[in-house]
Every structure is written in structure tokens, then in C-alpha cells.
Design a protein around this ligand. Structure first.
Ligand SMILES: NC(=O)c1ccc[n+]([C@@H]2O[C@H](COP(=O)([O-])OP(=O)(O)OC[C@H]3O[C@@H](n4cnc5c(N)ncnc54)[C@H](OP(=O)(O)O)[C@@H]3O)[C@@H](O)[C@H]2O)c1
Length: 332
């Protein structure tokens, strides 16, 4: 173990806020040592989420990152190579997927330590890249649908009309697929080039967000939405409001200050139509559920692109650009 700790690994980190892709530095650092309740993973794939570069921008300062230099990225898949003394569920050789603590990050590296409680087993049918796409994006889509929108993914619940905005993005692609496991009619928005792709994910009707009808969010079949899984940004409440059913909710995963004001006003006035800000809270049982869906062929990770860790800054730039179709994967 001491020998392992002394060994170096390749990693990509930043030393301070700002700088975007050029703020990332390639370094050799010691392979981390797992704490009592942690596993050490040899990484096979990681996926980027917008929160990763928003943390670099300083959006969550002074809380995140916990310290500099910081190795970003939280969503990883790999193989267990060492376990802390208290770890019960895993042993060396196990293939897993994990959500790393957002404050610590660690995914842009050859090895990372993950908490046992947010690590789940990955069966051989689920590739490292497909699994690495799941933690933040998959868990957020799952939480929006099951917790906030009340959709039962076994199809037993009452029929609901769902709108997914930015259905071509990391969260949106999972949200469309998961919504269709429930008893739902799904309307989705995306750019014109992705309409067929989003239909192939199961969406019942798709709007190009650059057309007037798309910008107005009007359902082509005239439906009113019981829940909006809002994965894009910049749409005011006045655009959502006429499209909602009497008890319709907008679940906003990137709430702006004006969205938070709307949330407060709707609460104070006991409005039936609500805006619900949502922050993902990672749970291993839900990640395990998503991995099983992928294994069973009921959910897939759509991969926008793959980059080697040596080109991490290109992957970072691609995510910042905001036009990925599915997940951006980085492989050590
Ligand atoms: N609250 C939470 O816990 C939580 C968790 C995860 C993510 N988020 C946030 O949720 C947002 C989405 O995350 P993500 O990972 O899905 O992002 P992403 O993968 O980077 O999203 C990119 C996609 O969004 C599409 N898009 C952009 N603007 C659009 C619009 N106005 N209408 C329709 N589609 C649009 C783009 O399509 P085009 O290329 O055609 O423009 C592209 O396919 C981010 O702001 C992220 O920070 C929050």
C-alpha cells in the first residue's frame, strides 16, 4: 500500500478560478490513498457535467472547490484496485461506477478515491463510458421525474404530460428515456439537427427551439404539461405558464435569480402552478437502478464524443460550448 501511495499518476488540474480550458494543467501527482470508507479506482472513463466548469468559473466560491490545486470531474467508472479498512461491499478487481464528492472532484486522472457509499457495481454488459455518463446527469433526470414530477418508472402511475427542454443534452437525453418508462406523453425541445435523434429516444413530439412554436413551447398536439423537466436556460415563467396544466410544475435545474423569485412568489400566493428549483442529491440505490436499466437495454447513454485524458482541455471546451448531443467522455 505504501508503494502504491508513492507512485505517481497523470492528472489534469487547475490552480485557481477562471481560465477555462487553458486553466487546465497536465501534472504528475501521487496516486491518492483511500480513507477507511473509500475505494481506490483505476479509472477507465469519466464524464463532464456543466457544473464541473462552472465550479472552475467560481460559481460556487468559496465553498467549491474545497482547495487548490483542484482535479475536477465527479462522474467516473473504473476498477477497484485497493479498499480502505472499513470497506465491506467491494474488493480489488470489481468493476464499478462512482459519483465523487463535488468539492473534491478527482475524475480527470488515472486513479481516484471514491466513497464506498456512492460507488456501485457495474456488470460486464455496461461499458465504462456508458456507466460514467450516468451519475450527475442520470441521477438528476431520475430525481426530477420520480421525486419532483411524481412519475412512476414502472408505468403504474396516472398518465402525465411531460415537457423536456434541451432533450439533446446530458440530462435531457436520460430524462426523455426515463420518462417514457412511465405512463407519460413526452414533448421535447432541441435544435433542428437533433429532432430525429430525440424522437429515437422515445419522445412523442419534438419542437425545434429556434422556431416560434418551439420558443413558445406549444405542444403540437395541444397538450398542457403536468411537469416540465427544464434542462435549458433563459425561458421566462410567462412562457411556461400558459402551457401548464392547472397543477403543472416547472422543475428548474439551473434556477436563475428571477426563477428563484418566481418560486417564492408562487409559494406565497398559493399558486397551483409552481416553479420548483431542484438540486441533485446522489443516492447509490438510484445509481444502481440506472445501471440495471442500461444492462437490461431499457436506458442508454448517448455519447457525444470521447477524448483521451491527454486532450482533456478539448473535452472541457466542448462542454463549455454547450452544444453536446449526449455525454462527453474522457478516457485515461
Ligand atoms: N440542479 C442540478 O442538480 C443539475 C444537475 C445536472 C445539470 N444541471 C444543469 O442543467 C443544465 C443542463 O445540463 P446538461 O448536462 O444536460 O448540459 P449539456 O449536455 O451541456 O446541454 C447541451 C444541450 O443543450 C441544448 N440546448 C441549449 N440551449 C437550448 C435551448 N434553449 N432549447 C433546447 N435545447 C437547448 C443543446 O442543443 P444545441 O446544440 O442544438 O443548441 C445541447 O444539445 C446545465 O445548466 C447544468 O448545469 C443541474
Amino acid at each position: 500500500m505504501a508503494a502504491m501511495a508513492a507512485k505517481l499518476m497523470h492528472a489534469v488540474q487547475y490552480d485557481g478560478y477562471g481560465g477555462g480550458p487553458s486553466g487546465l494543467k497536465h501534472v504528475e501527482v501521487p496516486i491518492p490513498t483511500p480513507k477507511k470508507d473509500e475505494v481506490l479506482l483505476k479509472l477507465e472513463a469519466a464524464s463532464i457535467n456543466p457544473i464541473d466548469w462552472k465550479i472552475q468559473k467560481g460559481l460556487l466560491r468559496p465553498i467549491f472547490p474545497r482547495k487548490f490545486p483542484h482535479i475536477p470531474v465527479t462522474d467516473v467508472a473504473g476498477e477497484v484496485v485497493e479498499v480502505g479498512q472499513g470497506v465491506q461491499k467491494f474488493k480489488a478487481g470489481d468493476k464499478v461506477v462512482a459519483y465523487l464528492n463535488a468539492g473534491n472532484g478527482g475524475g480527470f486522472a488515472e486513479y481516484a478515491t471514491a466513497s464506498e457509499s456512492l460507488t456501485v457495481t457495474r456488470p460486464p454488459e455496461v461499458s465504462a463510458a456508458d456507466a460514467a455518463g450516468l451519475p450527475v446527469a442520470g441521477l438528476t433526470a431520475h430525481q426530477c421525474l420520480t421525486q419532483a414530477a411524481g412519475v412512476k418508472l414502472d408505468g403504474t402511475g396516472p398518465q402525465k404530460n411531460i415537457l423536456v427542454t434541451a432533450a439533446s443534452g446530458g440530462v435531457g437525453q436520460y430524462a426523455v428515456q426515463l420518462a417514457k418508462l412511465g405512463n407519460t406523453h413526452v414533448t421535447a425541445t432541441c435544435g433542428g439537427r437533433n429532432i430525429d435523434f430525440v424522437k429515437s429516444l422515445g419522445a412523442d413530439e419534438v419542437l425545434d427551439y429556434k422556431t416560434p412554436e418551439g420558443a413558445a413551447l406549444n405542444s403540437p398536439s395541444g397538450r398542457k404539461y403536468d411537469a416540465v423537466i427544464h434542462c435549458s436556460t433563459g425561458i421566462p415563467w410567462s412562457t411556461f405558464e400558459p402551457n401548464l396544466s392547472p397543477n403543472g410544475k416547472v422543475i428548474d435545474i439551473t434556477p436563475s435569480p428571477s426563477a428563484l423569485l418566481t418560486f417564492a412568489l408562487k409559494k406565497l400566493t398559493f399558486s397551483k402552478k409552481q416553479l420548483v428549483p431542484l438540486l441533485m442529491s446522489a443516492k447509490a440505490e438510484n445509481l444502481d437502478y440506472l445501471v440495471k436499466l442500461v444492462k437490461e437495454g431499457k436506458l442508454k447513454t448517448v455519447i457525444d464524443s470521447k477524448f483521451p485524458l491527454s486532450k482533456a482541455e478539448d473535452a472541457w471546451a466542448k462542454s463549455i460550448d454547450g452544444h453536446a448531443t449526449g455525454k462527453i467522455i474522457v478516457e485515461p
